[in-house]
Design a protein around this ligand. Structure first.
Ligand SMILES: [Zn+2]
Length: 459
């Protein structure tokens, strides 16, 4: 089922012939490529595959003896001031053979519950009862964590949109399918690629821990599985989706699908950690959302640890999830029941028609029918101005932070009834692939504005 990451076929500085500048772009000759702006025959060096620009830097994971745990720090780049930038890593090798599960956290630096989950999943009592291997990376974004901010301070881009894009590898692939933009990858993108290359080689399953916003209901996000253009066929995509289904079911939190395929690509969610693991490398993956950011949420933190062990039980790595739950977090929590017994997907809305102060009338976890009141808009002095009603059947994931409501601002994020297919192919409706291969051309301000307007601070 696994798709070998085609990015590995790019030549790197370590492997290409000395003095061979064409090593930058060996896989597709310049004459076969069309620039994203439609022009052709550009200087081939304006197309710079990220891997070709990476310094040869392989992340070496610890390799403890069977039945043992090893903790270390892995260098991911060198800071301008000369010190290595490292990410912490804990590996538990089970007493017997089994799959390898990666558990990752704090890709968004202020999502600290995720770090606590990753730290607590591997404890001294685990390896003896483990079949297989657990790789825990509690802080994927150390620069963000140091400042308690979502992004790293290297370049301000969202780290969870910086993993390698899916590449389509057949002769009928569109030229832009293999482009990564006309500018070299940012520092953050290089770090994400280095982590991803190791993940693609090593992991059988990825659980990427995140948090949504204050008071948010916990849930797991299922990515859409992409197919076509030589990436994988539809049957392969459905088999992969079935694997994700089992993971999501096992985790024990409500399951929410990502946006439908076109919007999924438009928001570049195939470049999230879980989206890239799944769609680029065929590794079943989940994004886990555990309440709010900034402080460790004790209740949802326990659910994150318990859910990870439930997945390990489903994979045959432990006999009984509850038996490996750390004593200091006991008792083992029950799964969180889904508020709505049907397929749901993420939806940002409803939105305001006129500005004002937002007073919510719903709480996270509430089930709504289309037309139910979600919030009232009042004047600064408290006079009622408008009523905001739900535009879908669904349940409330979170209220958006802050009460200052601008025109068209979303007031909630919801999980709404979803009839769309769990697999999809770009341009499946006769439209063009909505991916944005050249985001480097956009200014950071434009990107930030777009994200704010979309109410897109989740994941
Ligand atoms: Zn996040």
């Amino acid at each position: 089922m696994r798709i070998q990451a085609s990015i590995n076929s790019w030549s790197s500085p370590a492997t290409r012939e000395p003095g061979s500048p064409s090593g930058l772009c060996e896989r597709v000759s310049p004459s076969e490529r069309t620039a994203v702006d439609g022009s052709v025959d550009r200087d081939p060096r304006t197309f710079l595959p990220a891997a070709a620009l990476s310094r040869a830097m392989t992340l070496d994971l610890p390799d403890p003896e069977p039945g043992d745990v090893e903790r270390t720090a892995i260098e991911v780049t060198t800071l301008p001031t000369g010190a290595p930038e490292t990410i912490p890593c804990v590996v538990a090798n089970g007493a017997g053979e089994g799959p390898t599960v990666w558990v990752t956290g704090a890709l968004h630096g202020n999502e600290v519950t995720a770090t606590a989950v990753c730290q607590d999943v591997i404890h001294e009592g685990l390896p003896d009862r483990l079949m297989g291997r657990v790789v825990s990376l509690p802080i994927l974004n150390p620069a963000g964590l140091r400042r308690n901010s979502r992004e790293s301070y290297y370049d301000g881009d969202d780290p969870n949109r910086q993993f390698p894009d899916v590449e389509y590898v057949t002769a009928d692939a569109e030229p832009e399918d293999t482009l990564e933009g006309t500018r070299p990858p940012s520092q953050q993108a290089l770090i994400c690629r280095r982590i991803f290359d190791r993940l693609a080689d090593d992991a059988d399953v990825l659980l990427d821990m995140h948090t949504a916003s204050a008071g948010a209901w916990p849930f797991v996000i299922r990515d859409r599985v992409l197919y076509g253009r030589g990436l994988r066929d539809e049957d392969g995509a459905r088999a992969l989706a079935a694997g994700v289904d089992e993971l999501a079911e096992a985790f024990g939190l409500p399951v929410v699908f990502e946006y439908p395929t076109e919007e999924y690509l438009e928001r570049e969610l195939q470049r999230s950690a879980a989206g890239a693991a799944l769609n680029q490398s065929g590794i079943p993956a989940l994004t886990v959302e555990l309440g709010g950011y900034d402080v460790v949420d004790d209740g949802w933190h326990r659910q994150g640890v318990a859910g990870t062990f439930r997945v390990m039980e489903a994979l045959g790595m432990v006999d009984d999830a509850a038996s490996v739950f750390p004593d200091d977090l006991a008792p083992f929590p029950k799964p969180v029941e889904t508020p709505m017994n049907r397929q749901v997907r993420r939806h940002v809305g409803p939105r305001l028609e006129e500005p004002g102060i937002v007073r919510h009338d719903v709480a996270p976890g509430d089930v709504l029918e289309e037309g139910d009141v979600v919030a009232r808009v009042v004047s600064p002095t408290g006079e009622e101005r408008a009523t905001v009603r739900s535009d879908h059947d669904g349940w409330v994931i979170q209220r958006y932070p802050g009460i200052a409501g601008y025109e068209h601002a979303a007031v909630t994020s919801m999980a709404v009834a979803d009839d769309s297919d769990v697999v999809g192919t770009p341009g499946g409706n006769g439209r063009t692939d909505p991916r944005k291969p050249d985001r480097a051309k956009e200014t950071p301000q434009a990107r930030a504005r777009e994200e704010r307007e979309a109410g897109e601070t989740l994941r």
